[in-house]
Design a protein around this ligand. Structure first.
Ligand SMILES: Cc1ncc(COP(=O)(O)O)c(C=O)c1O
Length: 449
């Protein structure tokens, strides 16, 4: 058998990849028997229900024995309908039982299709000039070319910018490094109010939608928007006939201590993109949940939704999603994420005693740590040092998987790690994670500074 990167290309050339052997609960083991805590929920916020939950693969196998694939251009299937019903039952705010869901494959497909829906809706509505999807800097909405154009992470965009038409962006809602150098709540939520300027500058007649993550994931390492933010966003979107797309690819289904990340604010999106936790990593499935009126507008004009992939709405994936959502409900995992997440964040504050830890933040079981070269000025480390990657190695060597992110400062500098252990994590396991974090920061500061 070849070695990692010999035949199979992996994410980095310079990482030593152990071979994974098995996984159970929040732990995984490599082929040499070493145990690791799945501290970032897989490669960022996927393994919601943990590993080794037998009922999920068993249900998937039963389905595969009946049929594993169906001709989606000609047939429906009961599992697709059941999942759409289930999502409608749990949808947030005014979407509850008043939405329809389009199933696709990856999170990038979901944000892409959410943008297509916004565009097609306005065209069918007789407003064909509406085509801009406004986004935010330091946001990540996926890695296909359109998702990159609405994302605001410079380091991941620059190589590809000549290949797409860029979409305008507003500053992120990022209190630790506020673009306006203000402090919440005295700031008057300028970071939300600038949306009005951006819409007016592009011309409201050209703007189809605004997309944002309720809690910014890999671009800002678990940064929740401040209180009141999405209420202002919703009001501005309504005023200018702009749809609001919530990218809940990371935050949906309990991660933040509520079923949906957006439920921390009194604002209902028109469209939601979700994936990751939807099957807890058992199968690639993503979804676009949208207000019934949007879909009904298309239906009334017999305008078929212009999107779709061959492997959309896989029936095995539908089963995995139904079982995963039921598991989250049955085991009260949303509440566990709220309680244990609050404990995690409280304990994470201990790290602020170290000289390189500038900020800790998060919501529910989605938390982040930002490293700085100078705590007073918040100066970041030079990006070429790849501090977040280096730090992740320190935790990895001690048996904790963390997700390294960078780009909090103008999308290129600013090192962070994101942590999002499975929603089943206990307080005792948080203590275990904290012990490794303390040890890792201490060793990192001695060896790397
Ligand atoms: C907020 C957000 N949106 C979209 C995506 C894209 O999802 P995928 O990697 O499944 O294409 C991600 C992936 O990390 C994400 O974090």
């Amino acid at each position: 058998m070849s070695k990692p990167n010999e035949r199979a290309v992996q994410r980095r050339w310079d990482w030593h990849y152990p071979l994974m052997a098995r996984a159970e609960g929040i732990y995984l083991w490599d082929a040499d028997g070493r145990r690791y805590i799945d501290g970032s929920g897989g490669s960022s916020v996927v393994t919601a229900i943990g590993h080794g939950v037998r009922e999920i693969p068993e249900a998937m196998a039963r389905q595969a024995k009946d049929y594993a694939f169906y001709p989606a251009h000609a047939f429906s299937n009961p599992k697709l309908l059941e999942l759409a019903d289930l999502i409608a039952e749990i949808a947030p705010g005014e979407l509850r039982n008043r939405c329809k869901t389009w199933m696709t494959v990856t999170g990038s497909d979901a944000t892409d299709d959410a943008s297509r829906l916004a565009r097609q809706y306005w065209v069918v509505k007789g407003k064909p000039s509406k085509h801009i999807i406004l986004g935010r800097w330091q946001a990540f909405h996926g890695d296909n070319i359109f998702a990159v154009s609405i994302s605001g992470l410079s380091a991941r965009r620059r190589l590809f910018t000549p290949m797409f038409r860029d979409m305008p962006k507003i500053p992120p809602a990022f209190c630790y490094r506020c673009y306006f150098e203000k402090t919440h709540p005295g700031c008057g939520l300028l970071c939300a109010r600038v949306l009005e300027d951006a819409i007016c500058q592009s011309g409201p007649e050209n703007v189809a939608a605004f997309i944002a993550e309720p809690v910014v994931g890999s671009a800002l390492a678990a940064c929740p928007a401040p209180e009141g933010y999405f209420e202002v966003i919703r009001e501005i979107c309504d005023r200018y006939e702009v749809l609001f797309i919530a990218d809940e690819v990371m935050t949906a289904l309990g991660r933040t201590g509520k079923m949906w990340g957006i439920e921390h604010w009194d604002a209902t999106p028109d469209i939601i993109a979700l994936s990751k936790a939807l099957t807890g990593g058992h199968y690639p499935v993503a979804a676009v949940v949208a207000r019934e009126e949007l879909w009904e507008t298309l239906r009334a004009a017999n305008a078929h939704f212009r999107a779709g992939h061959t492997l959309n709405a896989s029936v095995i994936g539908m089963v995995a999603a139904i079982e995963t959502i039921r598991y989250i409900q049955k085991h009260n995992l949303v509440e566990n994420a709220r309680v244990v997440g609050a404990y995690f964040l409280e304990r994470l504050h201990e790290l602020l005693a170290y000289r390189t830890v500038g900020d800790v933040r998060g919501l529910g079981l989605m938390v982040g740590v930002e490293f700085v070269a100078d705590k007073e000025t918040k100066a970041p480390f030079p990006p070429e040092r790849e501090i977040s990657n280096l730090f992740s190695r320190f935790t990895f060597e001690r048996g904790l998987i963390t997700y390294p992110c960078a780009g909090t400062v103008r999308g290129v500098a600013g090192d962070t790690i994101l942590m999002a252990p499975p929603l089943i994590t206990t307080r005792e396991q948080i203590d275990e994670i904290m012990a490794i974090l303390h040890e890792s920061v201490r060793a990192f500061e001695v060896e790397m500074l």
